[in-house]
Design a protein around this ligand. Sequence first.
Ligand SMILES: Nc1ncnc2c1ncn2[C@@H]1O[C@H](COP(=O)(O)OP(=O)(O)O)[C@@H](O)[C@H]1O
Ligand SMILES: [Mg+2]
Length: 218
Amino acid sequence: MQLIKAKNLYHSFDYPLFEDVNFELNSSESIAIVGKSGSGKSTLLNILSSFLVPIKGEVTLFNHRLDKLNELDIDKMRRFDLGMIFQFHHLFKGMKAIENIEIATILSNSTIDMTLFDRLEIASLINQKTSELSGGQQQRVSIARVLSKKPKIIFADEPTGNLDKETANLVMNVLKDYVKKENAGLIVVTHDKDVAKMCDKIFELENKSLKEVTSLER
Ligand SMILES: Nc1ncnc2c1ncn2[C@@H]1O[C@H](COP(=O)(O)OP(=O)(O)O)[C@@H](O)[C@H]1O
Ligand SMILES: [Mg+2]
């Protein structure tokens, strides 16, 4: 099933970032987007995830063109179907790790998947206050929170930017397993070649265009 189809995207802020970008994501697929800092990767991810309207072009999520949907429908889609992961998590600091995860499941009418805690190696710390956890532990809690809402597409912007190699590898494996098991899709913006190589496909944003690359050895 096609999860995302984007056609002829163009966007600029002070200068043109990219033009004529075409992109598709199918279920069970993971795609990495790489490119230099400032090339527009986060902007593209924001457009594909409905949070930014492109200056030109169209984005279709789950066979719904975003420019034809009203705000309420887009809100529902964000709440139930889209999962966002950032380099810096957005957990509530005063709450326990488990409470942060519970909130997400309540908002999306889902239930907590306890097996995630073992796989992300956070089972022993979910009753601690978020502020007492290390950065890497907090990031894994935030990933458990996102996956607990059972999103159909996960958008991750430098999800492993603050993690050591081993934890980055663990996180990527959990995300990939989720995608295969749930027939979901994953887009990862990253500058880490090892992370990119773990995805099914790699696209590079360069010279204002997005192209699939088969090798990162340059
Ligand atoms: N909301 C915004 N308003 C103005 N300029 C922006 C905005 N978001 C990004 N930019 C600019 O667009 C360019 C690309 O940013 P970004 O998409 O974050 O690139 P990347 O994620 O590849 O580093 C940068 O020059 C950035 O300053
Ligand atoms: Mg960025």
